[in-house]
Design a protein. Structure first.
Length: 212
């Protein structure tokens, strides 16, 4: 009778051991996540600040029936406002849209690490050859041509990671939208200057909307 009770006790102990190990692992994971959350709340990372500095329009031509050819070089600056957090820009695509329609191919920006309070500057070309414009945008585009100005949106879509000391976070989606009024048909508006024989550079210094 005594031997039988002892065997039953050992069997219970054998079942309890995996449970204790599982509980210990779960507790350790919760502790690590709590520490990460605590660090995050203390440091309070702030999303980067983007500015569209200028846009040089080499081509913005409409052909019948509603095909758009665009060639623009832009200058975008990003500032990391965090004093203790670095930012990895792993993959950033920049492109132009007109009234919600993408009118250029995405241009890939080089991967960049941005240290504390640092500024990064990119000057990519965005372009599209004979891109068909949606029929409902035809009238709006014709009106903009008559006025001589057009509102484009320069957008950046990509992934970022945060760096705190030796800790690097997972990837977060970054979405940037920069509105830009530029002239069409060779019209010069605002602080614009001629570049060469056919291009016009528009000094914009336009704040961008950033979502992370």
């Amino acid at each position: 009778m005594t031997a039988k009770d002892c065997g039953h006790h050992e069997d219970e102990e054998g079942h309890k051991l995996p449970r204790r190990l599982f509980a210990a692992v779960i507790g350790f994971i919760i502790l690590i996540l709590f520490i990460i959350l605590l660090i995050w709340l203390i440091l309070r990372p702030t999303k980067p600040h983007f500015i569209l500095q200028d846009a040089t329009v080499y081509a913005f031509n409409v052909s019948t029936p509603s095909f758009l050819t665009t060639n623009i070089q832009i200058t975008v600056a990003s500032r990391n406002p965090n004093a203790k957090i670095g930012i990895y820009y792993d993959k950033l695509d920049v492109y132009a849209t007109y009234r919600g329609q993408q009118i250029t191919l995405p241009t890939l920006l080089p991967p960049t690490y941005q240290g504390h309070k640092d500024v990064a500057i990119w000057s990519p070309f965005v372009y599209g050859n004979s891109v068909p414009v949606a029929p409902y945008l035809g009238n709006a585009l014709s009106q903009d041509q008559m006025v001589g100005t057009v509102l484009l949106n320069i957008k950046i879509d990509g992934r970022v990671r945060w760096k705190v000391g030796s800790f690097i976070s997972g990837r977060y989606h970054l979405y940037v939208n920069c509105p830009a009024y530029v002239g069409v048909g060779g019209k010069m508006i605002g602080n614009s200057v001629s570049v060469g024989s056919s291009a016009i550079k528009y000094q914009l210094v336009q704040n961008c909307h950033v979502d992370v």
